[in-house]
Design a protein around this ligand. Structure first.
Ligand SMILES: Nc1ncnc2c1ncn2[C@@H]1O[C@H](COP(=O)(O)OP(=O)(O)OP(=O)(O)O)[C@@H](O)[C@H]1O
Ligand SMILES: [Mg+2]
Length: 388
């Protein structure tokens, strides 16, 4: 793997007595596509601003190629930023928007010639697939095209690192998906390190080499998209990434976990004997079988057709699971379930235990929707709805 480019060591950020980043340690490699992922307010933008040099950490150090850069101002860092609200120059065409930084800045101590500027702008237009657009008015472009101009403008100075703060946030879903593929392609074509911020887990999983999951100013987990999805370290990560049933369990011994009083084979090991644990079971890893063959039996309380599969809510002793299956099972039917050992993931208890992974409220949402379809004589009063 490539060498380390950026390191944050014990970076803490305090605003008005609020600790918004708490001892962040992060290593970013050359050519890496790294994504900071987490809910609103968890400290993603603050981390990006520390890397860009727009704020200094209250304590801790920032290194670039092994050199401490805490006191280096943003314009002296070989870093460029693309924000969600990218401000293109409306009075300049596509070509001049991209050429702007090349014209005003010195590059390796000298001004670039007209020919050099031209070849760099044309190269960028090629990379962002906007060849032929050079003399278009930027205000006449679609949102996705404007975003690509903003990216070209940031890349044309050949930064070592591009910081992107929710750059696709303003685009509609379809365009977002296209631009995700486009951005990944641009990153691979240029070999520039991308540090990308999003709160969209699907976007993070589909684009990144490395995902950094944050909550409450603390890094919860760093890993490949597969690691984060398959081996979440705690209930927060399991819940934030995809859908998860998270239940209490007891790790009897290596390879055996007890859930609802039944023993299940699993692949996990290294826990204390009889350690209380959180157990993650992804909705797609549960097989619905005949009651007599079931490891557990439950009652179907809701079924929703999702196109590729059904979302089935099943009540096991008052705890509701989400199961995704292509087999139809009617509401109120009794079913059995089977889970293969590799469909079970065991985690240590954490501060997040008990907070996530129960689908009772999920089915309540559906119940509210079906309430809306009741006849007028059956309509629930508004007060009652609010109570629920
Ligand atoms: N300049 C500032 N002064 C005071 N508080 C700040 C400042 N900048 C950020 N904060 C606070 O720090 C916390 C983290 O903010 P940050 O912008 O890093 O979150 P984020 O993860 O980017 O969230 P979002 O997804 O909503 O953009 C928030 O509680 C925010 O209010
Ligand atoms: Mg932000």
């Amino acid at each position: 793997m490539a060498k380390e480019l950026i390191r944050l060591r014990d970076c803490t950020m305090v605003f008005d007595d609020d600790v918004v980043l708490n001892k962040i340690n992060l290593s970013i490699k050359d050519n890496e596509f790294l994504t900071l992922l987490g809910p609103s307010g968890c400290g993603k933008t603050t981390t990006l601003r520390i890397i860009g040099g727009f704020v200094k950490p209250t304590s801790g150090d920032v290194f670039f190629n092994g050199v401490r850069i805490n006191d280096v101002p943003p314009h002296k860092r070989t870093v460029n930023t693309v924000f969600q609200k990218y401000a293109l120059f409306p009075h300049l065409d596509v070509y001049e928007n991209i050429a702007f930084g090349l014209r005003i800045n010195r590059h390796e101590g000298r001004r670039l010639s007209k020919d050099e500027i031209h070849s760099r702008v044309m190269e960028m237009l090629e990379i962002v697939s906007l060849k032929g657009f050079e003399h278009r008015d930027v205000t006449s472009l679609s949102g996705g095209q404007q975003q690509r101009v903003a990216i070209a403008r940031a890349l044309v100075n050949r930064p070592k690192v591009l910081l992107l703060d929710e750059p696709l946030g303003a685009l509609d879903l379809r365009l977002r998906k296209d631009m995700q593929i486009e951005l990944k392609r641009i990153q691979e074509a240029t070999g520039i390190t991308f540090v990308y911020v999003t709160h969209d887990q699907e976007e993070a999983l589909s684009m990144s080499d490395t995902v950094v999951v944050m909550d409450g100013g603390v890094i919860q987990q760093i890993g490949t998209p597969e690691d984060i999805y398959n081996e979440p370290v705690n209930a927060f990560v399991a819940d934030f990434i995809g859908e998860s049933n998270i239940v209490d369990g007891i790790m009897i011994e290596d390879g055996v976990v007890e859930i609802f009083g039944k023993k299940f084979a699993c692949l996990d090991a290294g826990f204390a004997p009889n350690e209380p644990v959180d157990v993650v079971i992804r909705p797609e890893d549960v097989d619905i079988v005949d009651i007599k063959d079931g490891m557990l039996t439950g009652t179907v309380t809701n079924v929703t057709f999702k196109g590729v599969h059904y979302d089935v809510i099943v009540d096991f002793k008052g705890f509701k699971w989400l199961i995704q299956t292509t087999d139809y099972c009617p509401v109120n039917s009794r079913i059995g379930i089977k889970i293969d050992p590799d469909g079970i993931h065991v985690m240590h208890k954490s501060q997040y235990s008990g907070m996530f992974g129960d689908y009772s409220s999920y089915s309540a949402e559906y119940e509210e929707i079906s309430d809306a379809e009741l006849g007028p004589e059956e309509t629930v009063s508004e007060d009652k709805l609010y109570e629920a």
